[in-house]
Design a protein around this ligand. Structure first.
Ligand SMILES: Cc1cc2nc3c(=O)[nH]c(=O)nc-3n(C[C@H](O)[C@H](O)[C@H](O)COP(=O)(O)OP(=O)(O)OC[C@H]3O[C@@H](n4cnc5c(N)ncnc54)[C@H](O)[C@@H]3O)c2cc1C
Length: 346
């Protein structure tokens, strides 16, 4: 059973950029998805650079990512999942009982999978303390429909996602066009104030005439989440495990979290099936190990990269070789990583 505090379709604060492993792992039927009038925009190139500086265009000549709208994507996946749904019902109370759990005083279950995002109540049950003491990235975005006049003015094209880094490399902004919708946002490392950077970023995009100069017709929304580099949360206990943002798994280089949510969900499902109804900690403790085999060992590379002097980072980002092979291939598209194969961890 899936319990979600919201009813679907619902918005999720997200740019909606997905990489090929997400499409492959979900066995996603792109034609069926698009036939329903949903947007799945192929991204074949990137414009990258520094906010306030120059930029370079890297063209792959084929789709290396897609842009979807979470409003549509999440609803589609949920509707196709075939599971029992309890929607519009926030999880408020989780009590341990003999042989399992009692959720909200009405639902008995031997196993809970915490998939409630950064502030997941199941993660709190395992000791997570979102908002206090956790070094979460904070990101803001807005997604809005371009009217005819704004479409004329908008120079961001669907096939080319635009990524612009803050000078201190503590975050980056993006512009992604999905059909008639435009998504603009910026995320930053903890403690490096996001709101003023978002304002400056939007102003700069308008000065550069990349986006319509008239006022953005919707409000920015913010959300926090943990990158895989942050000190990890406790992932399992008797009859409980965490996946996705609840587990704090987003890619430490790019902030991509959908892929890790899908990978962790599939790994968790496989471990749960193998446990054969006995969900004691000892029976599911392969899950953190498999996750580490899939996502790699936690490291501190973001901290290290942020200490790179600005003049070096700005000149590197302006070099097409660096933008293509390091920034995009390695950090954003992670083309060097083998796709997840269940039963044979990387
Ligand atoms: C501004 C921004 C932009 C981003 N852009 C990208 C991107 O382009 N590509 C990418 O890969 N990642 C991106 N991410 C990260 C990505 O959005 C997350 O990593 C991903 O959504 C995690 O999925 P999840 O299913 O774990 O959690 P979520 O998508 O957060 O889903 C959690 C669900 O739990 C429900 N829930 C929460 N609390 C309760 C409760 N108490 N009771 C019941 N239900 C509850 C919520 O309603 C929600 O439906 C972005 C994040 C931000 C903030």
């Amino acid at each position: 059973m899936v319990i979600d505090g919201q009813t679907f379709p619902r918005d999720k604060v997200c740019a909606g950029w997905i990489t090929p492993p997400v499409v492959d792992l979900l066995d996603f039927d792109a034609d069926a998805y698009r036939n329903g009038g949903r947007v799945m925009q192929p991204i074949t190139s990137f414009r990258t650079g520094l906010i306030g500086g120059g930029s370079t265009v890297i063209d792959y000549g084929e789709a290396v990512s897609h842009a979807i709208r979470r409003f549509e994507f999440d609803h589609y996946l949920l509707a196709g999942s075939g599971v029992r749904l309890r929607l519009g019902e926030p999880v408020k109370k989780i009590e341990r009982q003999t042989g399992g759990w009692l959720v909200n005083g009405t639902i008995r279950t031997p196993l809970i999978v915490g998939a409630g995002g950064h502030s997941c109540p199941v993660a709190r049950l395992l000791g997570a303390n979102p908002g206090r003491g956790e070094a979460a990235v904070v990101a803001q975005e807005v997604e809005f429909e371009l009217d005819a006049a704004r479409q004329q003015e908008c120079r961001v094209s669907g096939a080319m996602a635009e990524l612009y880094f803050c000078r201190d490399l503590a975050g980056y902004g993006w512009c992604v066009r999905k059909g008639n919708h435009l998504n603009i946002g910026l995320g930053r490392q903890p403690g490096y104030g996001v709101a003023s950077h978002v304002e400056g970023f939007v102003r700069w995009l308008q000065q550069e005439k990349r986006i319509p100069t008239r006022k953005i017709p919707a409000k920015m929304h913010g959300h926090a989440y943990l990158l895989y580099d942050a000190p990890g949360r406790t992932l399992i206990d008797d009859g409980v495990l965490l996946i996705g943002d609840a587990a704090g798994l987003a890619c430490h280089e790019s902030g991509e979290g959908i892929r890790a949510a899908v990978e962790s969900g599939l790994l968790a499902a496989s471990v749960i099936l193998d446990a054969g109804g006995d969900y004691r900690r000892s029976q599911i403790e392969d899950y953190p190990r498999q996750l580490e085999a899939c996502l790699g060992r936690r490291s501190r590379s973001v901290e290290r990269r942020r200490k790179v002097p600005e003049w070096i980072s700005s000149s590197l980002l302006g070099m097409p070789w660096f933008a293509r092979h390091m920034l995009l291939d390695r950090w954003f598209l992670r083309r060097h990583q083998k796709p997840l194969r269940l039963g044979s961890p990387r």
